[in-house]
Design a protein around this ligand. Structure first.
Ligand code: GDP
Ligand code: MG
Length: 746
């Protein structure tokens, strides 16, 4: 069995740990493969469900032999013939036995055993340094310290064992000085250890009870002899240690009995508990209070850190070591759990980035569920592993992890909502426009305000659903109310724009209506020209025939009444789709202006040279060719053709000044157009003015006066008209004259 140093010598890749692993080698170097060993033996995943035992005692007292029998380990033992130290440094191996006491008792899970190089070794001479260092190391990690001692050494206060125990006690005080409860001196130490004395080569003459009493007395003497740090002068040995005892027969002389007793002894390595405070414990040797509370997956790091402090003779401050360990492990665990998180989140991030790059923001399906599950899984995984470490460090690191996760989710969620926002606005706008169009197709009976209201509700609901799907209970930032409000605000802006468009459509419809009404009504008024003096234009209903002088009054009144009606229509309709007062005011103002322009166009049409000339001709002929009774004249040579002609001509010519200006009869002035149109409303925006033609006298800066606006025929046109009319009239006269002479009538 000698010389089989497996694993370590073979380098870090070696997988065969038959003899366990040399944690500390003869050069006092820590073996970082410890974690690999713990992984291979399935201990690393055990959390706190593992136990650590160290064995102490003089060299060649059968320690390794005992461990191998107790735990099925394969620590090297000294060959019977060589008598040379075998165990070097500190070895560790996992218990390979499942049961003890003939298989009746199942041993505790994951017992790790440390075989510590014996003290007073010949080959290390008087070097007590390693003894102290290994005691420190064992106490910092182990729950149970097996102290191996020959029966004949019991009571020999001066023995090497006493030196070892003294060291253990001193080191213990030094280590757990920071244990606050022990400093109060009123409570048992939080960090306790079990000193388990195994008395070897027990002959049986002296009962174990007596041996125990002797040992306890010795221990008390040692305790009183050690120098205690300030504040702990009165501390008792029981404040830190519990004791257990066992005796084994001589292995060589009574091999069968030895094996039987060892098997019995193994049954004590189960978990135990103290029935009440300060009482004897029952069950096995592993009491919860002995556990150093280093999670198995951090044990290697912790042990390495502790050994590093020890070997460099630094003050070993366990709380600090635990904090450092916690920081390191929490960071490691954090990185590990983030891998799982990334596997879910990165593809989503990439999809989003790509969609954004293409300018087509994407609403990812079930993002809220995926995100929440990934977050929960990640945080839970972290909690499961990391919460075993230093509470304060854990809390900080958990916070850091959550911020990291949340920053990523926040990015995703915000893009998601921004995509939902954009898509929602487009869908809303399309839906409203579509509904308006189909309403128009179906005959124009649709309620714009209702359409907007319905679509807005739909859009808000869908956005709300998306936002709520992203909500994570208890995570404040997942409340997206502000985004919801922003969305609603934009919908309102879009609604306002759509309403404005609807207003424009309404305005166009009303303007068309005005134009058509004006076309008829104004045409009628112009057709009445000259009808007051008989002829074909006389009214049939017997009313007082209209006078030409109030032509413009009639035109103006007809205009005012049509526009008034149009205004009522417009205002009613605008109200029905909840246009604001400002919007309605602007719309009415525009309508009046456009109506005026339409009137002007209609008048211009009526006043086109061909039209006006025809009207004048009709007027002239009515007076010239028909008598007062409307009977056609048959000219005779005796008739005063010239007189009738001159009267008819002058009367018709008299119409030209009347027609050339828009003037009301009573005031002999233009109607008050400025008052009719009214001032530009405060709510009008530049786009409201864009398509408006300037109106003289109303838009003063246009440089055109009201007089000019009201001029229907310019001076030159008038003169031209007079000349042409006269020519025409002359022609009619000549014809009449000829017919009179020739006796030919029409
Ligand atoms: P260690 O140095 O304490 O680990 O001791 P070992 O386990 O290497 O054993 C040292 C020597 O003691 C070996 O030769 C063993 O055969 C022998 N030995 C082991 N167990 C016993 C025992 O119970 N009684 C006696 N007298 N010798 C033993
Ligand atoms: Mg040994």
């Amino acid at each position: 069995m000698n010389g089989h140093f497996a694993a370590v010598g073979d380098g870090p890749t070696a997988k065969h740990y038959g003899h366990g692993i040399q944690v500390i080698d003869e050069d006092k170097a820590f073996n970082t493969n410890l974690n690999e060993y713990l992984n291979e033996t399935d201990v690393a995943r055990a959390g706190f469900n593992y136990h650590l035992i160290s064995v102490f005692g003089s060299q060649s007292t059968g320690k390794s032999t005992l461990l191998n029998h107790l735990f099925g380990t394969e620590f090297s033992v000294m060959s019977e013939t060589e008598r040379r130290q075998t165990t070097k440094g500190i070895w560790l191996s996992k218990n390979k036995k499942e049961g003890a006491n003939g298989g009746d008792v199942k041993m505790a899970d994951n017992i790790l055993v440390m075989d510590v190089e014996g003290t007073d070794g010949r080959e290390r001479g008087e070097d007590q340094d390693f003894e102290r260092k290994s005691a420190l190391f064992a106490l910092a990690t182990s729950e149970v310290l097996l102290v191996n001692i020959w029966e004949h050494q019991v009571g020999l206060y001066q023995g090497a064992n006493m030196g070892l125990l003294k060291t253990v006690f001193e080191v213990n005080l030094q280590l757990f000085l920071k244990d606050k409860q022990s400093l109060t001196g009123t409570l048992r130490s939080q960090t306790r250890s079990l000193l388990f004395f195994v008395i070897r080569d027990h002959i049986g003459n002296t009962p174990l009870g007596n041996l125990r009493d002797t040992l306890i007395q010795d221990l008390a003497r040692i305790w009183s002899s050690i120098a205690k740090p300030q504040g702990l002068e009165n501390s008792k040995i029981d404040d830190y240690f519990d004791f257990a005892f066992a005796a084994l027969p001589h292995k060589i002389l009574q091999p069968d009995k030895f094996l039987a007793e060892v098997d019995k002894l193994g049954a004590r390595f189960t978990t135990g508990h103290r029935s009440t405070k300060d009482q004897e414990f029952s069950g096995g040797v592993f009491l919860p209070e002995y556990h150093r509370r280093i999670p198995a997956d951090g044990l290697s790091l912790y042990a390495g850190g502790v050994w590093d402090q020890i070997v460099h003779n630094k003050d070993l401050d366990l709380p600090t070591q635990q904090e450092l360990l916690a920081q390191f492990r929490c960071d490691e665990i954090s990185r590990e759990v983030l891998v799982g998180f990334d596997s879910v989140i990165v593809p989503l991030e990439e999809m989003q980035t790509e969609a954004t790059r293409l300018g087509k923001p994407m609403v990812l399906a079930d993002l809220g569920a995926s995100g929440a599950v990934a977050r929960e899984k990640c945080v839970r995984a972290f909690e499961t592993q990391a919460s075993r470490y230093h509470k304060g460090v854990y809390a900080v690191k958990r916070g850091e992890l959550e911020s990291k996760i949340d920053a990523r989710l926040k990015g995703l969620y915000q893009s998601q909502l921004s995509a939902a926002h954009k898509a929602g606005v487009v869908a809303f706008s399309d839906a409203v426009t579509g509904a308006v169009k189909s309403g128009q197709k179906a005959g124009g009976s649709y309620e714009f305000a209702e359409i907007v209201e319905k679509q807005k509700r739909k859009a808000l609901e869908s956005f709300k659903k998306e936002a709520q799907s992203l909500l994570i209970q208890g995570v404040a930032w997942t409340n997206f109310k502000p985004q919801y409000r922003l969305f609603e605000k934009e919908l309102d802006e879009v609604s306002a724009r759509l309403r404005k468009e609807e207003m424009r459509r309404l305005a166009i419809r009303v303007e068309r209506w005005v134009k058509s009404r004006l076309g008829d009504a104004i045409g009628v008024e112009f057709n009445k020209l000259g009808s007051g003096r008989g002829g074909s234009g006389a009214p049939e209903n017997g009313d007082k025939p209209p006078s030409d002088k109030d032509l413009w009054d009639r035109v103006w009144n007809v205009f005012i009444s049509i526009v008034g009606e149009a205004e009522t229509r417009f205002a009613d309709r605008a109200k029905s789709f909840e246009a604001s007062a400002d919007e309605a005011t602007v719309g009415l103002w525009r309508l009046r202006r456009k109506s005026w322009v339409a009137l002007r166009e209609k008048i211009e049409e009526e006043m086109m040279e061909s039209n006006i000339l025809m009207k004048l001709r009709e007027n002239f002929e009515d007076k010239f060719r028909y008598d007062e009774e409307g009977v056609p004249r048959i000219w005779r040579p005796t008739d005063d053709i010239e007189g009738v002609y001159t009267r008819a001509r002058e009367s018709t010519l008299g119409l030209i000044p009347l027609l050339s200006r828009f003037r009301l009869e009573e005031t002999y002035a233009a109607p008050d157009l400025t008052e009719f149109i009214g001032p530009q409303p405060a709510g009008a925006e530049p786009e409201d003015e864009e398509d408006l033609a300037p109106i003289g006298g109303v838009d003063e800066e246009e440089g055109k006066s009201l007089e000019e606006e009201m001029t229907v025929l310019s001076e030159s046109k008038r003169q031209d008209l007079v000349v042409r009319f006269k020519k025409m009239a002359d022609g009619v006269y000549v014809e009449a004259k000829r017919s009179a002479i020739g006796g030919i009538t029409q």
